[in-house]
Design a binder for this molecule. Structure first.
Ligand code: FES
Length: 179
């Protein structure tokens, strides 16, 4: 436990603002069992920081009153909690069975190749994160598909996958130009 604590940063201070700390304390007061407040508290921390660095997970654990190991266990379990910074555009490629049967893995590889990253990673400019979904996105009848932020792109062919790559890379170029 001490090793986990030292890897995750000290218990003094932390990256969370006083507003988020207060929101976490309020969440703790709301639940009869403190541990129940852990997940909403991690989400509050992520809402502020956009991801959960180890020091933030440790701070949340301290505020909620659970062990750092318990907080870390939860933070690493849920795919909606992110331990690393994510891109401005999140591309989720569905590779569950119906999509896989219709070329989901091929689609993932094409996007990975076009963006120059592996699935599960973010482009070096921090613009695009490419992920494989751990669950069906509910558009099996239009497989294979990907979700680009909140927008579904369905019935993707090798040609439309290349168009999507071009669109994503154009977006990166224009953001770099504007910088
Ligand atoms: S399996 Fe891909 S949307 Fe359902």
């Amino acid at each position: 436990m001490d090793e986990v604590r030292s890897e995750m940063g000290g218990t003094e201070g932390g990256p969370l603002s006083s507003a988020t700390q207060e929101a976490i304390r309020a969440a703790v007061r709301r639940y009869p069992k403190t541990r129940t407040a852990l997940l909403p508290s991690l989400k509050l921390a992520q809402a502020e920081l956009t991801f959960l660095p180890p020091a933030a997970v440790a701070q949340v654990a301290d505020l909620v009153g659970v062990s750092h190991a318990a907080a870390w266990e939860l933070a690493t379990f849920y795919s909606m909690l992110h331990l690393e910074p994510e891109g401005k555009v999140i591309v989720d490629v569905c590779v569950q069975l119906p999509c896989a049967l219709r070329g989901g893995e091929r689609l993932l590889q094409e996007l990975a190749q076009g963006l120059g990253i592996l699935a599960g990673h973010t482009t070096t400019d921090g613009q695009v994160t490419l992920r494989r979904t751990p669950e069906c996105l509910g558009a099996c009848h239009r497989a294979p598909m990907a979700r680009v932020n909140d927008e579904y792109r369905e019935n993707l062919t090798p040609e439309s996958a290349q168009q999507l790559v071009a669109e994503l890379n154009r977006g990166r170029g224009s953001q770099e130009d504007a910088a």
